[in-house]
Design a protein around this ligand. Structure first.
Ligand SMILES: Nc1ncnc2c1ncn2[C@@H]1O[C@H](COP(=O)(O)OP(=O)(O)OP(=O)(O)O)[C@@H](O)[C@H]1O
Ligand SMILES: [Mg+2]
Length: 243
């Protein structure tokens, strides 16, 4: 089974955008790529009253996966914008990890590779004391950490990588998201250098800040073009394929 687990140093860092960009590129290169957002919180109801996760919608669009697969791509969707373990309790539902693993197995029979987007950061509680890192360990996919370019990112990135290692996970690469090449200063340059030096993990690219992305107007073709230009896609494919 091949694929990647994409986590980040925090919520809102760009996991969905980066996972979508990699998915769109894999698809453009002819791979039969699958995507998964195992648990989403902060979801809103669609016109039929069904809770839908924006992250799943974005990932499915990028990978060209139809609506019929939604419940496998996102087996659990919760309304409160809280960490999943708490959002579930507030919603009166139980997070069934075996059901999530089952959905992954079903997807893995149809798609290869599979890109799994994390939830929040690496220690996000999914259910009681079961953390995102526990799910990552069960899936045993190579990990990519998405990180911010700005102040504070060295600490967040080093802590995330070290925690992943402590849990026996293989952090294969780091992607800096929201890089604005025209405005980089000693801050961003030194962050990049320190992250490489302190983690020993290769930076697989610096994904640019794009107004089309922040305004929700980016198309899959453009996402793939940005990824081809700014991410080391050959290397990312090799990692996903376990080479
Ligand atoms: N490179 C970028 N350029 C412009 N906007 C971006 C970029 N990356 C992310 N964003 C915007 O920042 C916000 C957070 O990004 P995203 O949803 O990918 O984060 P996330 O880590 O997946 O968050 P969550 O923890 O909720 O899943 C979104 O509104 C997204 O459109
Ligand atoms: Mg997301």
């Amino acid at each position: 089974m091949s694929g990647l687990f994409i986590t980040a140093t925090d919520t809102d860092v760009g996991k969905t955008v980066i996972t979508g960009a990699i998915a769109a590129t894999f698809k453009a290169r002819g791979l039969h790529v699958g995507v998964m957002k195992p648990i989403a919180s902060g979801a809103v109801a669609d016109g039929f009253g069904k809770l839908v996760a924006e992250d799943a919608t974005f990932l499915m669009g990028a990978a060209g996966i139809g609506e019929s697969e939604r419940d496998l791509v996102n087996p659990l969707c919760l309304s409160p914008a809280l960490t999943p373990a708490v959002a579930a309790v507030v919603s009166g539902v139980e997070v069934e990890i075996p059901a999530i693993l089952k959905a992954y197995q079903v997807l893995a029979k149809s798609y290869d590779p599979i890109l799994v987007e994390g939830v929040g950061g690496i220690t996000s509680p999914l259910w009681q004391d079961y953390l995102l890192a526990d799910l990552m360990a069960e899936l045993a996919l190579p990990v990519i950490v998405v990180t911010r370019p700005n102040l504070g990112t060295i600490n967040h990135t080093v802590l995330t990588v070290e925690y992943a290692r402590r849990r026996g996970l293989h952090v294969a690469g780091i992607i800096i998201n929201g890089w604005n090449e025209g405005e980089v200063s000693i801050l961003e340059r030194s962050n990049e250098e320190y992250i490489t030096h302190l983690t020993g993990v290769p930076i697989l690219g610096k994904f640019p800040y794009s107004r089309a992305i922040s305004e929700g107007e980016i198309q899959s073709v453009e996402l793939a073009q940005l990824a081809e230009k700014h991410l080391q896609m050959d290397e990312i494919i090799s990692i996903a394929k376990g080479r």
